[in-house]
Write a protein that binds this ligand. Sequence first.
Ligand SMILES: NC(=O)c1ccc[n+]([C@@H]2O[C@H](COP(=O)([O-])OP(=O)(O)OC[C@H]3O[C@@H](n4cnc5c(N)ncnc54)[C@H](O)[C@@H]3O)[C@@H](O)[C@H]2O)c1
Length: 398
Amino acid sequence: MPLGFGIIGAGQRCMYFFGPDIQRNADRAKLVALAEPDQGRRSSAIDDLGGDIRAYGDIEELLGDPKVDAVIIASPDFTHQELLDKALDAGKHVICEKPMATTLDDARHMARRAQAAPQVVQIGFMLRYAPMFVRIKEIVDSGIIGDLVQVSAAEIIEYYHGASFYRRWQRFRKNSGGLLVHKACHAFDVVNWIVGSAPTQVSATGNNDTFVAKPDAASRCRDCSLAPTCPAVYRDDAYNYVYPTVAERANPGELGNDICAFNSEKDIIDNATGMASYENGVRLSFNFATTGQRHDRRFMFVGQRGVVTASQADGTLVVEPVGGEIETTVLPEELRDEHGGGDEYLLQSFLDSVAGGEPPAADVVAGMHSLALALGATESIDRDGAAVDLRPHLEGLS
Ligand SMILES: NC(=O)c1ccc[n+]([C@@H]2O[C@H](COP(=O)([O-])OP(=O)(O)OC[C@H]3O[C@@H](n4cnc5c(N)ncnc54)[C@H](O)[C@@H]3O)[C@@H](O)[C@H]2O)c1
C-alpha cells in the first residue's frame, strides 16, 4: 500500500519537486492532499498536479485526514516549528523542509520533540542524498586522504536567483532567518556531515553590499528607467523561484513580483565570510555570495595525507592522495544543478525509514547543527565578527 502524503504549502517546492517526485514513485507513495491557505494557489495546484488530490484551506483538516500518513512541511521557514508539533500530535511521519526553523529555541524544541516521537522526521537536506556528496563522504571516510584537518566551502548563488530573494518573503529575517540560514544551510549541512562532528564555534563578517537602495531606480521594474540594463530586472519568462498559478500564467504582467531587488525593504545580508571549528578539531572557512555568474558550491577537504576538491556546477570531484594517483570524476550534467539529483533519493530514503529501515541521514540533529552554524554566523556578523560559542545550544543533542 503506497504511503499517503499530504503537502503543506503549494509553492515551488511542492509543485516542482515533492509533488512530481511522489508521483514518479507511485508504487510506494501517493499524494492524497494539499493544504494551502491561498485559494487561487490551491485550485491551481490541483489542476497542475492532476489526479485525485484533496485540497484543504485549513491545515487541521489535512492533519485530520486518515489517508494522510506522512506530511511534508513546505511552507515558509518560520512556520516549521508549529507545523511539526501539530503533525506529530496528529501521528504523522514528517519531512520538514530546511532550514528546520529560524530560531535555535524553535529548533531545539523540534529536535527534542522528534527524538521522543515514534514517527520518522526527516529534514529536507537533499544534498546528503546527492551522488556527489555521497561519494565525497565515502572518500573521506575511507581514510585515503588521512584524518581531516580543515575544510573550505563556498556557496555561490547565481545573480538573478540572488536578486529573487530580495523580492520574496526571504528578505526578512523573521521569515527566513536570513540567507546564511535559508540558503547556506545546505553547504553547512554537507560539511557537518562529512566532517562527522558538531560545530562548536563560529565567527563571520558580512554585509549587504550589492542589493542596496538605488536612488535612480523605481520601486517596481515595470516603472524603472534603469530596467533595460539592470541585471536583476524582473523577467516574466525567467525561472523566478515561485509557482505562478494558472491565472497568473495567463496574465504574467500582473504577477506583481517585479519589486526592485535594490529598493525593496529588507534586513538580510548578500555576502559573508567566516570561520568555524568542530568538536573533533576540524576547522572550516566559508564564503557566501549572491552575485555569481552561475550557481556553484565549491569545496576543499584537507586531510593529513591529501585533499579532495569539488565543484558542484562543474560536476568535478578530484581526489589527490599523497603518494597516490590523482583521480578525477566528472559527474553527468543532470547531477550538477543546485540539488545535485538528491531530491528523489531523499524521498526514497524517507520511504525506507518509514518502512522500518535506517533512520534518515538528514535528521533533526543535522537540522540543528546546520542552523546553529548559520544563526551563529549571523549573530557574529551583527557583533562585528565576535566568536559565537555554539556548544550551549547543542548540548545533549546527538
Ligand atoms: N530543500 C531545498 O533545496 C528547498 C528549495 C526550495 C525551498 N525550500 C524550502 O521549502 C519551503 C517552501 O519554500 P518555497 O520556495 O516553496 O516557498 P513558496 O513561497 O514558493 O511557497 C510557500 C507556500 O506556503 C504557503 N503558506 C504560507 N504560510 C503557510 C502556512 N502557515 N501554512 C501552510 N502554507 C502556508 C504559501 O501560500 C505558499 O503557497 C521553505 O521552507 C523553503 O526554505 C527548500
